[in-house]
Design a protein around this ligand. Sequence first.
Ligand SMILES: [Zn+2]
Ligand SMILES: [Zn+2]
Length: 104
Amino acid sequence: MAEKRRRRSPAAAAREREAEEKKKRTGGRHCPVCLELLPRLGGQAALRCAFCGAHAAPDRRCGKCHGDRVWEADSAAACAACGHHGSKVRVFAGQDWLTGKPPQ
Ligand SMILES: [Zn+2]
Ligand SMILES: [Zn+2]
């Protein structure tokens, strides 16, 4: 029997994984930073991740979609609205949080 394996380029596989991760990040049931399933409290997903310690940071803004559904952990951050993720500097880029200036 021939091995049943679909040939996919690494780039296509990476794109697929990205799409899969984005679905989790923006679905509201997983931590947008580490993608672990969030505990549910009273029918609502918790706004803090027990795995990586990330939590919702409504006073921050996403550098990509400018929404406020961003989460932050120690050094990483992610946006639960558009799926933007990475280091805090990257996710909150375009904001003056680094210099301590209030958002315009
Ligand atoms: Zn997490
Ligand atoms: Zn965003």
